[in-house]
Design a protein around this ligand. Structure first.
Ligand code: URA
Length: 294
C-alpha cells in the first residue's frame, strides 16, 4: 500500500514540476483514492520511533513497554486525584497527572503532546470539544485553530471571552494517523474512555452552572448516547447533576458555507445557556441569525 502511495505521489510531483495543474481520474482511480482515504483515516496503532519520525511535528506516544498490556476498560481505569486547595491548584494537579497518564500512553494511538485545557478554573460555564488538532497541538491550547476562532466569535456574541470560561476536550492528545501532517481525525470510543476520568475530575473541581458539549463526539463521550447531534441539541441533558447543552461543533458552521439555519440553531442553544447562567440577553442578541423579515 505505502509503495503504491509513494509511486502515486511521485507521479503527481513530476506532473506538477512539468507545470500540470489538473489530472483526470476515471471511476476506478476515484474509487481507489476513496478507499485509500478511508483507510488512512483509521487510527494507526503506532510504534515508537519510526511512527514518530513519520509524523512531525510532535512524536506519537510510544507504548510504555515493548509488549504493552491491552487498555483497561473505562471502569478499571484509576481516577485522577485533584487533591485539595483552590480550583486553580486542583486543575494544575490534574494537568500534572495527565502528563503521565499511562492508560492513554498504553493505547498507542494518540500523539505525545498533552493539550489539557484553557480558561478560568472557577468559570461557571465549561465548553467541551472532541480532541486537539494540528494547531492546538502546536500551541498546547484547545481551540486555537479555525474552529477556535469561530468559538471565540460565538463567545463574543454571548458577551463572553475565552478567559472567562473553561475550555477543554474529551480527549487530550491529538489522535494519531499514518503519514500525519496537518490532517486530524475524530477520537475513537477507546480514546474517549481513557480520558473520561479526567473530564469527570475537571467537572468535579469546577462544578459549573452548565456545560456545553460542542459536536456529536463530545456529546457522545460525555452522555454516551448513540444519537446524532441534530437529535441531541435543542434541549437539556445532565452529567453528574450538571446541566449539559449539546450543540453543533464550531467547525460544522465553518463547513456549512454561511447557511443561516445551523448558525441560528447553535445560537438558540447558546441563548438557552445564557438564560441558564442568568446572563442578560438583549433584544439584539435574541434576533441574531434570524431570517430577514421574521
Ligand atoms: N476541535 C476540538 O474539538 N477541539 C479542539 O481543541 C480543536 C478543534
Amino acid at each position: 500500500m505505502t509503495q503504491g502511495i509513494d509511486a502515486f505521489l511521485d507521479f503527481l510531483k513530476a506532473e506538477r514540476a512539468r507545470g500540470v495543474t489538473h489530472v483526470a481520474l476515471d471511476d476506478e482511480a476515484r474509487a481507489a483514492l476513496r478507499a485509500l482515504h478511508k483507510k488512512l483515516r483509521q487510527p494507526a496503532p503506532v510504534r515508537g520511533r519510526s511512527a514518530a519520525a513519520a509524523s512531525p511535528p510532535a512524536p506519537v506516544q510510544a507504548p510504555a513497554q515493548a509488549a504493552a498490556p491491552a487498555p483497561a476498560p473505562a471502569d478499571e481505569i484509576p481516577a485522577p486525584d485533584p487533591g485539595t486547595g483552590d480550583n486553580a491548584e486542583r486543575i494544575a494537579r490534574l494537568r500534572a497527572q495527565a502528563e503521565q497518564w499511562q492508560p492513554a500512553r498504553r493505547l498507542g494511538t494518540l500523539r505525545d503532546t498533552l493539550v489539557f485545557s484553557t480558561g478560568d478554573p472557577a468559570a461557571r460555564l465549561v465548553l467541551i470539544g472532541e480532541a486537539p488538532g494540528y494547531e492546538e497541538e502546536k500551541r498546547g491550547e484547545p481551540f486555537t485553530g479555525p474552529a477556535g476562532r469561530k468559538l471565540d466569535d460565538i463567545l463574543k456574541a454571548m458577551g463572553l471571552e475565552r478567559g472567562g470560561v473553561y475550555i477543554t476536550n474529551i480527549v487530550k492528545n491529538r489522535p494519531a494517523m499514518p503519514r500525519q501532517a496537518t490532517n486530524n481525525r475524530k477520537p475513537t470510543p477507546e480514546e474517549m474512555a481513557v480520558w473520561l476520568p479526567f473530564v469527570r475530575a475537571e467537572l468535579d473541581v469546577l462544578r459549573p452552572a452548565c456545560i456545553v458539549a460542542l459536536g456529536v463526539t463530545a456529546a457522545e463521550g460525555l452522555l454516551g448516547t448513540g444519537k446524532g447531534i441534530g437529535a441531541m441539541r435543542g434541549c437539556w441533558h445532565e452529567f453528574n447533576g450538571i446541566p449539559v447543552r449539546a450543540t453543533y461543533h464550531p467547525s460544522y458552521l465553518l463547513r456549512s458555507q454561511g447557511r443561516l439555519e445551523p448558525k441560528r440553531q447553535l445560537w438558540e442553544d447558546m441563548l438557552a445557556v445564557m438564560e441558564r447562567l442568568d446572563m442578560p440577553v438583549s433584544e439584539k442578541q435574541r434576533g441574531y441569525f434570524l431570517p430577514r423579515g421574521s
